[in-house]
Design a protein around this ligand. Structure first.
Ligand SMILES: [Zn+2]
Ligand SMILES: [Zn+2]
Length: 713
C-alpha cells in the first residue's frame, strides 16, 4: 500500500467516525418505533395464535378429504377400464396413476396462474382484516346485513391484487352512490394474450339509477383507463367530475370509440374549493395535490356520518414544480371538521425516508446530459403522462438551441391535452415534427418518446430494431431513461438497453448515477414512508383504510398508521376488492359482507378474453396440442384413410417417427371394428383421447391437449 492510499483510507475512516454518532442516533430513534406488532414481545396477539392453529387443523382435514376423493376417482376409473373388453393393449411403461397425477398438478398450476385476479373470498388474515385476524367464513358473509344508517365504502378494484391498477371505489349511503376512478391493470406475462383487465362492475350495473356522480382523482391509466369500457354502461346524464386535464384525457380516450357517447362532463377547478352537492346526502370537494401528472386531486366526501378523505395518488415536495399541495385547505378542514376516515394510497410505503429530490433536479440533470453529450442526438424516454418532465426538457433544450420532437401515440396525445388545458409552457420555436427534426444536424436534435418500460412495440424499441419510420439508433446517440422500471418490466428494460448498447449508443438510466455521474433522472409520483408519517399525522384521521396497493403495501401502510401514528388497530381496515366497509353513525369502521367483484380481461385488440381461453393458452404453452383426424365411411363405419396427426407446440413430427408410428398402429387397432352409431363414435373419441394422452405421456412426460376429430364421409 502506498502512502497516498494509506492517507486516503485514514481520511475515509475519519469521516466515517464523524458521521457515526448521527447515524447511531438515527438508528436509536428508529428503534423507538414499534415497526411490526407481530414481532412485539410476546409475538402476535395471543388470542389470534389460538385461532390460527384451529384453522390450520381444519385445512389439513380438508386436504385429507380431497386426496380421498381423488383416490376414489382413480378407483372408479380403473373399474371402468377393467369392464372395457375392447381395450387395446397400450404397451406403455408408466402407470396411469402417474399421468393422472401429472394432469392434476398441471391443472392446479394453470388454475393458480389464471385465477390470480379472480376474486371469490380472498384469504385475508391480517390483523387489520376487519374480523380480528380470523378468516371470514361463508356463513358470516351470508348473515351479514350492512346497516342502512352507515356509509358503505366498497373498493371494487385496486386493493390487494398482483400489481397496482384498476382503481375503483364506491361510496354509498341510503341508495346513493358515488364512484371514484375507473382504472385498468396491465396484465403480466402470466396472462398469455391478455393486454389489460378492468373491474367487473356488475354491482353498479344492477344499481345504475343509484349512481349519482362519477369522480376522477387524476388522469393516470390506473384511474381512468377503463373509461371507454365502463362509462357507456352508466346513465349518460350522470355527472362526471374531474379537473380540466383529467376530463381532457377522458374525452380523448372516449373519442377513440366508434360511437362516442354524449356524456355529462363537468370540469372542476380545485383552487375554487367548490362544494359539489352530488346527491341528497353526499357532497364532495376536490383538493389539489402534487403527483406526477397535472390536475391531480384528493377528494373530500362529506357524509351524514362524517368526513371521508380519499387521498388519490400524491407525493410531497419541499420545492414543488407547479403549485404546492393545497395544505391550507386541508388544514382548514382538519381544524373545523376533522377527518373521520382517510383512504390513503400505499404505493411507496416500502421506500424509506422522505422524497429525496425535486423535479427541478431532474430537469437540471437532463440539461447536464445535453451539455455532456453535446455533439449527438439526445433521446429522452419517460412516461407520457410526465408533463412537467416534458416541460423541463423543452426548457433545457431551448437554452441550448436544440429542437424537440415527440414520438409515440400516447406521448403526442398527452402533450396535446396539456397544451389545450394550458398545463405546459412551451418556449418559442422549440417543438418540431419528427419528419422535420430529422433534417437538422444531430447536435440540434432532442426526441422525447415512450418506451422507457421496454415495451416491445413502443417507439424506443422500434428505433433499436430499425422499424421506426424516421429514426434508427446511431452510435453517437445518447438515450436517457427518465423513469424506473415498474416491477415486472425489468427484463424488458434490460433487453431494450442491451439493444441500444449493441448499436454503440450511450445509455443513461435513472438510479445508476455511479456509471455516468449524472442523476437523478426521475422522481416517483408517490409519497415515501416519512412523507406518509407526516401527512397522516397532519390529518390525524379517526379511521384509516390503506388503498391503492398490493397486499404487502396495504399491510405496511396499516402498520405505519397503528405503530407510528398511533391509530388504534380497530380503526384500521385492510379490505379486498368487493368488501363492504361500513362507516357507522358513531364514526367506527367495520366490515359487513361482500359484493361480487372480479375482472374483465381484454386483448390488445380491445376484445374481451374469457378466463377459460386464458387457461387453455397457459396449458398449450406448457404442454402443446395434439390433434387426430379419423376419416370414417358412413356406409361401412370403417377407416377410409390413414389418420391425420397434427402436433403444435408439443413435438416436431418429423423428429418423432417412432412415437407417431406407435400412435398410428394404436389407431388402426382401435378402428378395426366398425363404428356407425353416434354413441359408439362418442365413446371411441373419449377412449382415444384418454389412451393417446397416456401414450404421449409415457413417451414424453407431457400431457398435451389431445383432440380427436371424426370425419364421416
Ligand atoms: Zn397516479
Ligand atoms: Zn395510481
Amino acid at each position: 500500500m502506498n502512502q497516498n492510499e494509506q492517507e486516503r483510507r485514514a481520511r475515509l475512516l475519519n469521516a466515517a467516525k464523524k458521521r457515526l454518532p448521527s447515524i447511531k442516533e438515527q438508528f436509536e430513534e428508529a428503534q423507538k418505533r414499534n415497526f411490526n406488532s407481530n414481532f412485539r414481545e410476546g409475538g402476535k396477539d395471543a388470542h389470534l395464535v389460538g385461532k390460527t392453529r384451529k384453522n390450520a387443523g381444519k385445512a389439513t382435514n380438508k386436504a385429507k378429504s380431497a386426496s380421498k376423493s381423488a383416490k376414489n376417482q382413480a378407483k372408479n376409473a380403473s373399474k371402468i377400464a377393467k369392464n372395457d373388453k375392447n381395450k387395446v393393449n397400450l404397451s406403455v411403461s408408466t402407470r396411469k396413476g402417474e399421468m393422472v397425477h401429472h394432469q392434476r398438478m398441471l391443472s392446479q398450476d394453470v388454475n393458480a396462474q389464471a385465477t390470480q385476479h379472480i376474486i371469490g373470498i380472498p384469504v385475508n388474515k391480517s390483523r387489520y382484516n376487519g374480523y380480528d385476524g380470523a378468516q371470514v367464513t361463508h356463513a358470516q358473509l351470508k348473515s351479514a346485513r350492512p346497516s342502512n344508517d352507515s356509509v358503505h365504502i366498497i373498493p371494487i378494484g385496486g386493493v390487494g391484487e398482483f400489481g397496482i391498477g384498476k382503481n375503483m371505489t364506491i361510496i354509498e349511503y341510503k341508495g346513493e352512490m358515488l364512484v371514484i376512478d375507473m382504472g385498468v391493470l396491465f396484465a403480466g406475462n402470466d396472462y398469455p394474450g391478455v393486454n389489460y383487465m378492468i373491474p367487473d362492475i356488475k354491482y353498479l350495473e344492477d344499481n345504475r339509477d343509484k349512481v349519482k356522480a362519477l369522480l376522477f382523482t387524476h388522469a393516470h391509466l390506473d384511474h381512468i383507463g377503463a373509461c371507454r369500457h365502463l362509462l357507456p354502461k352508466f346513465n349518460p346524464l350522470t355527472p362526471i367530475y374531474g379537473t380540466d386535464f383529467t376530463i381532457g384525457m377522458i374525452k380523448k380516450q372516449m373519442s377513440e370509440l366508434e360511437d362516442e357517447p354524449d356524456l355529462n362532463y363537468n370540469v372542476i377547478d380545485p383552487f375554487k374549493h367548490e362544494k359539489i352537492q352530488a346527491s341528497d346526502h353526499l357532497s364532495v370537494v376536490f383538493i389539489h395535490v402534487l403527483h406526477s401528472i397535472p390536475g391531480s386531486t384528493a377528494i373530500v366526501v362529506r357524509t351524514p356520518n362524517g368526513v371521508i378523505y380519499v387521498s388519490g395518488d400524491w407525493r410531497h415536495e419541499e420545492r414543488p414544480y407547479g403549485k404546492q399541495t393545497d395544505y391550507e385547505r386541508i388544514d382548514e378542514i382538519v381544524k373545523n371538521e376533522g377527518i373521520d376516515l382517510m383512504l390513503n394510497e400505499s404505493t411507496n410505503i416500502d421506500s424509506p425516508g422522505h422524497h429525496p429530490h425535486s423535479e427541478y433536479d431532474v430537469g437540471d440533470n437532463l440539461g447536464k446530459v445535453m451539455d455532456h453529450y453535446a455533439n449527438g442526438r439526445v433521446i429522452i424516454s419517460c412516461f407520457s403522462s410526465q408533463v412537467s418532465r416534458i416541460e423541463s426538457t423543452l426548457r433545457e433544450a431551448a437554452k441550448r438551441g436544440r429542437k424537440v420532437a415527440f414520438a409515440g401515440f400516447s406521448m403526442i396525445n398527452n402533450v396535446e391535452v396539456a397544451l389545450r388545458t394550458k398545463q405546459i409552457k412551451v418556449p418559442k420555436d422549440v417543438i418540431m415534427k419528427m419528419e422535420d427534426i430529422v433534417k437538422l444536424p444531430d447536435d440540434k436534435i432532442t426526441i422525447v418518446c415512450t418506451g422507457s418500460q421496454g415495451e416491445l412495440n413502443a417507439v424506443l424499441n422500434r428505433m433499436v430494431t430499425g422499424a421506426h419510420k424516421y429514426i434508427k439508433i446511431k452510435s453517437t446517440d445518447t438515450i436517457v431513461f427518465s423513469s424506473n422500471p415498474i416491477p415486472g418490466n425489468e427484463p424488458h428494460v434490460v433487453s431494450t438497453v442491451d439493444g441500444l448498447l449493441r448499436e454503440g449508443a450511450q445509455v443513461i438510466q435513472n438510479g445508476k448515477t455511479h456509471l455516468t455521474n449524472i442523476g437523478p433522472l426521475h422522481l416517483s409520483g408517490h409519497a415515501y414512508y416519512e412523507d406518509h408519517v407526516d401527512f397522516v399525522t397532519r390529518l390525524h384521521p379517526k379511521n384509516y383504510m390503506p388503498y391503492h396497493g398490493e397486499f404487502y403495501m396495504l399491510q405496511h401502510n396499516a402498520e405505519m398508521a397503528e405503530n407510528v401514528i398511533g391509530i388504534p388497530k380497530d380503526n384500521i381496515i385492510i379490505s379486498d376488492d368487493g368488501d363492504i366497509v361500513e362507516f357507522t353513525k358513531d364514526k367506527k369502521i367495520k366490515k359487513t359482507g361482500r359484493i361480487p367483484a372480479g375482472n374483465k380481461l381484454y386483448d390488445d385488440a380491445d376484445q374481451p378474453v374469457h378466463e377459460a381461453v386464458v387457461k387453455d393458452r397457459i396449458h398449450i404453452s406448457r404442454e402443446g396440442i395434439f390433434v387426430i383426424v379419423l376419416t370414417i365411411s358412413k356406409k361401412t363405419g370403417r377407416l377410409v384413410k390413414t389418420p391425420d396427426i397434427v402436433s403444435r407446440a408439443f413435438i416436431y413430427l418429423d423428429n418423432s417417427e417412432e412415437l407417431i408410428g406407435k400412435i398410428r398402429h394404436y389407431l388402426r387397432m382401435k378402428t378395426e371394428r366398425s363404428v356407425s352409431t353416434d354413441d359408439a363414435m362418442k365413446a371411441l373419441k373419449e377412449e382415444i383421447k384418454e389412451e393417446v394422452t397416456h401414450i404421449l405421456y409415457d413417451a414424453t412426460g407431457h400431457t398435451p391437449i389431445v383432440i380427436p376429430v371424426i370425419n364421416k364421409v
